[in-house]
Design a protein around this ligand. Structure first.
Ligand code: FCB
Length: 478
C-alpha cells in the first residue's frame, strides 16, 4: 500500500496462497435442459414464457457445457486457475422433489457432476460448489416456492445429498448465491423467475432463504467436515445522494433490505429491528418461528461477496418521474419492499454494457466493512466482472480492453482491502464463458472466453490472457 501510494512501485503482489478462479452457474451454461433425467426449474418455465427474456432466449442449449465440460476445464487449466466456482442444478439431483419429500436421488445427475469434479481435480483445480444459483425445481414453486418454508426444509436435505457425494474433493460448498435476487427480483419485481410481484412473498422468501442457508450449513458440516461452508451475498455499497436527512434515511433502509436482512440473521442470529419496523405495513414477520434464528445463525467459514457496481439512493419527491439506475423505475414493480419512496438517481461517468456505473471503491469499502463488523470472518470475492459489447475481430481475437481496465481497477481494490488487513482469500472472475445472462438472454457477454452460440466455438479474449498473467505472477500490473 505504502509503496503504491508513494508511487515508488508500479507492480503490487497478492498473497502467495491467494485463490484464483472463475465462476459460472448451471442454468447459464449447461444446456441439456431435458437430458440426464433433469426436470424443469423455474428458469425453464420463466424463459419459455413469452416476453420475460430478451429475444425469447432460453437456457435449453446455452454453452452446451453439459457436453463440453472437458474442453472448458482444459481452458481453465491452460489459464492456470487454482479454483472454479460452479453451481449444481437441483433438478438434476432430485428431479422428483415435492414440497413434502425430497424424492429419489438421480444417479445420472450425480454422475455428471462427479465427472466434472474428477476432471477439475485431475487438472489441479479445486472445486467450489454453489448449491443454489436460482434454478429451483418447478414442482416446489408450484407449491409456493421460497415463500413456503418447506422449500427451505427440502433444500437442507438436498444439501446433505450433495455434501455426502462430493465432500471429499470440494473445498467449499456455498449454500446460496445472492438471495437478494431470489427474493426481491423473483418475488417482488418479477423480473427474475418465478416472476411474481408480491411483496409479502418476497419477505417470506428472505426468511426462508436464510433458514435454507442454516439448514444446509448444518447438513454440510455433518456430512463433509473437511469442507468449508460459504454463503455468497451481493452486498450493496449504498451511499445517500446528499447528506440531507431524507437521503441518509433512504440509504439506511436500502442497506437494511439488501445487506443487513441477510447478514444479521446469519452472522448475529437476529433480524434488524429497523427493517422489521420499515416493513410493518407488509408483514409482522410472524413467519419467523421460535427457534428459527438459532438455525439461520450458522456463521459461514467464508463469506462470499459479489460486487459489480455502486449504489446511490435518495428520497423520491413523489412527483417527478422516479429515477432508477437499477432498471426498476417508474411504473415497474419495485424490488424494494415498502420503500416505494426511494429512488436510485442515474449517475454520471463510465458504465459497462449493462448500464452499470463503474466504481471499484465500493468493492474495497464493502470488504473493509465486513472486516470491521465481523472481525476474523474470512472473505472471498465470489463474483466480479463486466459485460461489454465484444466483437470477434478480423484477426480472430477479441480485444476487450475495457474489461481489462475494469478488472485491473477492481483487483486493485481487492488488494487495497488485503493490504488494510481484510482476510480476503481469493477472487472468482465472473465469468469463464459468455453465457445466458438471465432476463437479458445472450445479449450481454460477461465471459473472458467468447462463445459463438451457433458453433459453440470458444475463443479466449485478451482479458483471459491478461488474467492468466496475473494468476501466474500473483502480481497486478499497473
Ligand atoms: C450476478 C449473478 C450471476 C451473473 C452476474 C452478472 O448477480 O449471480 O449469475 O448474472 O450477476
Amino acid at each position: 500500500m505504502a509503496d503504491h501510494a508513494a508511487g515508488t512501485s508500479t507492480v503490487r503482489s497478492f498473497p502467495a496462497d491467494f485463490a484464483w478462479g472463475t465462476a459460472t452457474a448451471s442454468y447459464q451454461i449447461e444446456g441439456a435442459a431435458a437430458e440426464g433425467g433433469r426436470t424443469p426449474s423455474i428458469w425453464d418455465t420463466f424463459s419459455h414464457t413469452p416476453g420475460k427474456v430478451h429475444d425469447g432466449d432460453t437456457g435449453d442449449v446455452a454453452d452446451d457445457h453439459y457436453h463440453l465440460f472437458r474442453d472448458d476445464v482444459a481452458i481453465m487449466r491452460d489459464l492456470g486457475l487454482t479454483t472454479y466456482r460452479f453451481s449444481i442444478a437441483w433438478p438434476r439431483i432430485t428431479p422428483q422433489v415435492t414440497p413434502d419429500e425430497l424424492g429419489p436421488v438421480n444417479p445420472e445427475g450425480l454422475a455428471f457432476y462427479r465427472a466434472l469434479v474428477d476432471e477439475l481435480v485431475g487438472a489441479g483445480i479445486t472445486p467450489a460448489i454453489t448449491l443454489y444459483h436460482w434454478d429451483l425445481p418447478q414442482a416446489l414453486e408450484d407449491a409456493g416456492g421460497w415463500a413456503d418454508r418447506r422449500t427451505a426444509e427440502r433444500f437442507g436435505e438436498y444439501a446433505d445429498v450433495v455434501a455426502r457425494e462430493f465432500g471429499e474433493h470440494v473445498g467449499t460448498f456455498i449454500t446460496l448465491n445472492e438471495p437478494w435476487c431470489t427474493a426481491y427480483l423473483g418475488y417482488a419485481a418479477g423480473v427474475h423467475a418465478p416472476g411474481r410481484t408480491e411483496p409479502l412473498a418476497a419477505l417470506r422468501a428472505v426468511h426462508h432463504l436464510n433458514l435454507a442457508h442454516g439448514l444446509a450449513a448444518q447438513a454440510i458440516r455433518a456430512a463433509a467436515p473437511s469442507a468449508q461452508v460459504g454463503l455468497t451475498l451481493n452486498l450493496a455499497w449504498v451511499r445517500p445522494a446528499t447528506d440531507g436527512e431524507a437521503d441518509v434515511d433512504a440509504a439506511r433502509r436500502i442497506d437494511g433490505l439488501q445487506n443487513r436482512v441477510f447478514l444479521d440473521p446469519v452472522l448475529r442470529g437476529a433480524y434488524p429491528a429497523d427493517v422489521q419496523a420499515d416493513t410493518a405495513s407488509v408483514t409482522d414477520w410472524s413467519f419467523v418461528l421460535d427457534g428459527d434464528l438459532a438455525v439461520t445463525h450458522q456463521v459461514p467459514d467464508v463469506l462470499g461477496l459479489n460486487y459489480y457496481s455502486p449504489t446511490v439512493v435518495r428520497r423520491w419527491d413523489g412527483v417527478s418521474p422516479r429515477e432508477s439506475a437499477d432498471g426498476h423505475g417508474d411504473g415497474a414493480a419495485s424490488p424494494w419492499v415498502a420503500a416505494d419512496d426511494v429512488e436510485f438517481p442515474l449517475q454520471p461517468g463510465p458504465k459497462t454494457a449493462m448500464g452499470w456505473p463503474i466504481d471499484a471503491t465500493g468493492m474495497r469499502e464493502l470488504l473493509l466493512r465486513l472486516h470491521r463488523e465481523f472481525p476474523g470472518l474470512e472473505l472471498m470475492v465470489t463474483e466480479n466482472g463486466a459485460a461489454y459489447d465484444d466483437v470477434l475481430d478480423a484477426d480472430g481475437g477479441v480485444h476487450d480492453v475495457e474489461r481489462v481496465d475494469y478488472l485491473r481497477d477492481h483487483l486493485g481494490a481487492v488488494l487495497d482491502a488485503v493490504e488494510a488487513g481484510a482476510p480476503v482469500r481469493g477472487y472468482y472472475l465472473w465469468s469463464l464463458l459468455d453465457n445466458f445472462e438471465w432476463s437479458y438472454g445472450y445479449s450481454k457477454r460477461f465471459g473472458i472466453v467468447h462463445v459463438d452460440y451457433d458453433t459453440q466455438v470458444r475463443t479466449p479474449k485478451d482479458s483471459a490472457t491478461w488474467y492468466a498473467d496475473v494468476v501466474r505472477t500473483g502480481q497486478l500490473p499497473a
